[in-house]
Ligand binder design. Structure first.
Ligand code: HEM
Ligand code: HEM
Length: 183
């Protein structure tokens, strides 16, 4: 679809890609190993073995304290991702004839990327609203923000499989083009 990627294209792509993968790692930890009820159960069990009884509420409170420094990275990298997103929108707006899709496959690819950026906009705004929005929008922002996984995982599966297929098929070298930028 595009014949070359400028240095800025590539920097923005990889900065966003690594930020999102890192953010998804914090989500994975939050929902699995560091899930609050799961950690609370370990705490209650471990302490009751040495004859210390704590309530479920106390255990959850400690679990949240353990989780917090980990999940603070979600916010830090989240702000960075928001910055990269804004730069990408501005940069793309400065380009003429950014994409020139010819086949229906290329049109589909273009719409997948466009759709992705629109949905990512919702994710970032809702994330920022959880932190900085008015109280009455807190819960709805959280609900919207949590829907992120429903599009981002399918996008990544599509993106990775599309790239592998392209690399082994008609677009050999597409990955090194996104790294090194050569035609
Ligand atoms: C880690 C391995 C990855 C590789 C090898 C890779 C490779 C590529 C390549 C070759 C393209 C250009 C495709 C084309 O022109 O048709 C592209 C575009 C794109 N990729 Fe990735 N990608 C990776 C990860 C990611 C991740 C994690 C995200 C975001 C969640 C992402 C988001 C995008 C987007 C939005 C585009 C459209 C162009 C742009 O905005 O930069 N990619 N990628
Ligand atoms: C690429 C950007 C982002 C992605 C993919 C993302 C993804 C997610 C997902 C999937 C969850 C749900 C975790 C769960 O179900 O418990 C979550 C939670 C959260 N995110 Fe993000 N996020 C992003 C950016 C941000 C930003 C910029 C902020 C705000 C600065 C933010 C703040 C939060 C907060 C506070 C929660 C916890 C919500 C709760 O207490 O239930 N996120 N994020």
């Amino acid at each position: 679809m595009r014949t070359s990627y400028t240095l800025l294209d590539r920097i923005l792509h990889w900065a966003l890609a690594f930020s999102i993968l890192f953010i998804l790692l914090t989500v994975f930890l939050r929902l699995n190993w560091m899930e609050k009820n799961h950690m609370a159960a370990i705490l209650t069990d471990g302490l009751s073995n040495i004859d210390i009884d704590i309530t479920k509420e106390q255990a959850i409170k400690i679990a949240k304290q353990i989780r917090k420094p980990m999940f603070d990275w979600h916010l830090t990298i989240g702000y960075i991702a928001a910055g990269i997103f804004v730069l990408r929108i501005i940069y793309n707006a400065t380009k003429k004839n950014l994409y020139n899709p010819k086949t229906s496959k290329e049109k589909f690819q273009l719409w997948v990327y466009r759709g992705f950026y629109i949905l990512l906009g919702f994710t970032l705004i809702s994330g920022l609203m959880i932190k900085f929005g008015p109280d009455f929008l807190h819960d709805v922002s959280e609900e919207i923000h949590k829907l992120t996984l429903f599009y981002i995982i399918p996008f990544l599966i599509l993106h990775f499989s599309g790239i592998i297929i392209a690399e082994f098929g008609s677009k050999k070298g597409i990955v090194s083009k996104m790294i090194g930028g050569e035609k």
